[in-house]
Design a protein around this ligand. Sequence first.
Ligand code: KG4
Length: 338
Amino acid sequence: MSVTILGIESSCDDTSAAVIRDGLLLSNVIASQSVHEEYGGVVPELASRAHQQNIVPVVKAAIDRAGIDKHELDAIAFTRGPGLLGSLLVGTSFAKGMSLGLRVPMVDVNHLHGHVLSHFIRREPDDKVPEYPFLTLLVSGGNSQLILVRDYNDMEILGATIDDAAGEAFDKCAKVMGLPYPGGPHIDRLAAEGDASRFRFAKPHIPGLDYSFSGLKTSFLYTLRDAVKSDPGFIESNRADLAASLQRTIIEILMDKLDKAVRQTGVTTVAIGGGVSANSGVRKAVADYCETNGLTAFIPERVFTTDNAAMVAIAGYYKYLDKRFCGYDEVPFARVIV
Ligand code: KG4
């Protein structure tokens, strides 16, 4: 018997709904919020209000585009956390209402598990998916983690950032350069035209598999502050080289620990996920590394790197198979609990 899951994602500033049937993607609708642009970051109160406006049309569009009737749904999967509480409340409350109305179970999904399992979303029945165990480099605006995935319900965090996430490093350094929020995609675009060996920035020396990006951010800030003193036009005339050098440094930091984790675990498959996995340099570095070392690489489609409900639906699908349902008294969580 086939299993059809509706996924709902509302953890930050994207309202998304998707339908997955037996692991095959039938629809994935994402409404992004432009209201935050003028504030240079996501404003939580505005985000939750926009989710309230978006959620009904987005869910309706996902069901319509999937070509199904809502009564064909077997369960409602939703992001329970981590994320912005006000935003999560909208998706959680909607999922509860819909689950009660349709009399189908509700499945809560950890947003980070969704990113990890996004490689199991198939567009065609014979699309390739990772074999267990594999290693995931999860890099987003809020997290930088190395995760050993033994099974869809068995994940171990081997290392994580002790301060800023990789996305924060991109965004905060981009802000110093006067680029709009979020700065990651702007750095990516500028880096393509720059000389990545032009500037050197500090790299962390911390043991184990943990990451740190706050020292790089400070080093970047001081380099620019000192240079601007003697040349006020320094940032403007070196934008591409600064972006390329910054991106190279972030990638070196990421790849150094990824390599260590591969050696420690002996895995033969490496996957990446999260917003920063949209970065051209990161994608190329991981693909090249895997090719050189005879490993299989899973690089997500760009639409699955940012927040999307397809990954929530696939994670929900596996939990549904295990009958791990969620009660109506469960509440969202803002911070990571694994
Ligand atoms: O996963 P995500 O959408 O949100 C979180 O759940 O955190 O990640 C957002 C982060 C932002 O820091 C953004 O700048 C970064 O992903 N990002 C990029 C690129 N696209 C998005 N960073 C570097 N290069 C990109 N192309």
